[in-house]
Design a protein around this ligand. Structure first.
Ligand SMILES: Cc1ncc(COP(=O)(O)O)c(C=O)c1O
Length: 317
C-alpha cells in the first residue's frame, strides 16, 4: 500500500469482503474479519471494502456472466459511495482468498478489475502470501491472470518462499519501485542473509523439481476425491480452489447452504486423533482448507485422504 500510494500520489485503497492481509495496524484495517482486530483500534483511514466474488453464495443464485456483472457492479458502487476513482491508489485482492475460505477470484472478474485499473490509473495488487510459490499449479496464481493480459502491478509473497524461514517479498516493475522515496520502506528484519539464502535454495529446488507440476498432480487426485464426496455427502456443499489450494465448504444441507462450523470443528478434532492435521478457514469457520505439503508422496496423500473420509463418516454417524 505504501508503494502504491507513493507511486500514484493517491490516498485510498479498495479491499474485499473475506480478505485477509495480515495483522499489522494497517493490514488489520484491510483484513475483513474483525475477530483479528479486537481491541486494537482505531484503524488507519483510506481503506474501503467491496464485495469479493463468491460464486457459491452469489445472491439470487446468479451464475456465470450475470454473477460477475453483479460483483463488478458492487466494485463500481465503492467508487460512488466510498472513494472516487481518482483518489484510489490500488485495488488489492488475494487470487485465492485464504483465511476467507479458499475462494478463487474468477478470471473474468479479474479481467474486469484489470480494465477498471487500466482506465483509471489504479494499481492492481495481488496478495499471494498464501497462494504463491507453486501451490496454485504455477509459481504464482497471478500467472493465470497474466495469460489473459490481466497481470497485477504489484505482487506480495512470503510463507512458502523460504520453507519456514522468515522472509517476504514485494515485487513490481522498476518504474513503480523507483518512485518510492529511499528510506521509507525497510525494517529491522530486512536483508537477513540466512533467510535470503534459504529462499534462494527453496526457489531453486521448486524450479528444479517442478513444484507447480507436483501441485497440479495433487490437485487432480484430490479434486476427483473431493468431488465424489460432494456427490455422496449432503454436508459437502462446495469444492473449489486453484491447483493444490482446495477448499471444502461444509453446510447444514445443500439447499440452505447454511454454514456448518460445528461439524468442521469436530472433523478437525477427530482427524488429529487419527494423525491427520486439518485446518479450518472461512468467515464462518465452515471450510476445511486443503494445503498439504507439495512434497507429499502418493502413499502419504492416499493415507491422509482415507483418514479424512473416515473422519467425515464418523462425524456424521
Ligand atoms: C493472504 C495473506 N496475506 C498476508 C498474510 C500475513 O499475515 P500476518 O501479518 O498475520 O503474518 C497472510 C497470513 O496468513 C495471508 O494469508
Amino acid at each position: 500500500m505504501k508503494i502504491a500510494r507513493s507511486y500514484t500520489g493517491r490516498p485510498n485503497v479498495i479491499v474485499f469482503s473475506g480478505a485477509f492481509h495480515g495483522r499489522t495496524q494497517l493490514t488489520m484495517s484491510m483484513t475483513a474479519k474483525k475477530a483479528y482486530a479486537v481491541g486494537m483500534g482505531p484503524f488507519p483511514d483510506g481503506v474501503y471494502r467491496a464485495e469479493f466474488p463468491n460464486l457459491y453464495h452469489a445472491p439470487g443464485h446468479l451464475e456465470g456472466e450475470e454473477a460477475i456483472k453483479y460483483y463488478i457492479g458492487k466494485l463500481e458502487q465503492a467508487f460512488v459511495e466510498a472513494t472516487p476513482k481518482q483518489s484510489c491508489a490500488a485495488i488489492i485482492f488475494e487470487p485465492v482468498q485464504g483465511e476467507g475460505g479458499f475462494i478463487p477470484a474468477p478470471i473474468e472478474w479479474v479481467k474486469a478489475v484489470r480494465k477498471i485499473c487500466d482506465e483509471n490509473g489504479i494499481l492492481m495488487i495481488c496478495d499471494e502470501v498464501q497462494c504463491g510459490w507453486s501451490r496454485s499449479g504455477k509459481f504464482f496464481a497471478s500467472e493465470y491472470f497474466a495469460e489473459v493480459n490481466a497481470a497485477p502491478d504489484i505482487l506480495t509473497t512470503a510463507k512458502s518462499m523460504a520453507a519456514g524461514m522468515p522472509i517476504s517479498a514485494v515485487t513490481a516493475r522498476a518504474e513503480i519501485m523507483d518512485q518510492v522515496t529511499p528510506g521509507t520502506i525497510g525494517g529491522t528484519f530486512g536483508a537477513n542473509a540466512v533467510a535470503a539464502a534459504s529462499a534462494l535454495k527453496v526457489i531453486e529446488v521448486m524450479a528444479k523439481e517442478n513444484y507447480p507440476e507436483k501441485a497440479k498432480k495433487i490437485a487432480e487426485k484430490c479434486n476427483k476425491r473431493f468431488s465424489e464426496w460432494k456427490e455422496k455427502y449432503e454436508v459437502v456443499g462446495d469444492v473449489r480452489g486453484m491447483g493444490a489450494m482446495i477448499g471444502i465448504e461444509f453446510v447444514v444441507d445443500k439447499v440452505s447452504k447454511e454454514p456448518n462450523a460445528e461439524l468442521v470443528n469436530r472433523i478437525v478434532q477427530e482427524a488429529v486423533k487419527l494423525g491427520l492435521l486439518l485446518e479450518s478457514a472461512g468467515t464462518y469457520n465452515n471450510v476445511i482448507r486443503f494445503l498439504c505439503p507439495l512434497c507429499v508422496t502418493d502413499e502419504q496423500l492416499e493415507a491422509g485422504l482415507q483418514i479424512f473420509e473416515r473422519v467425515i463418516k464418523n462425524c456424521l454417524n
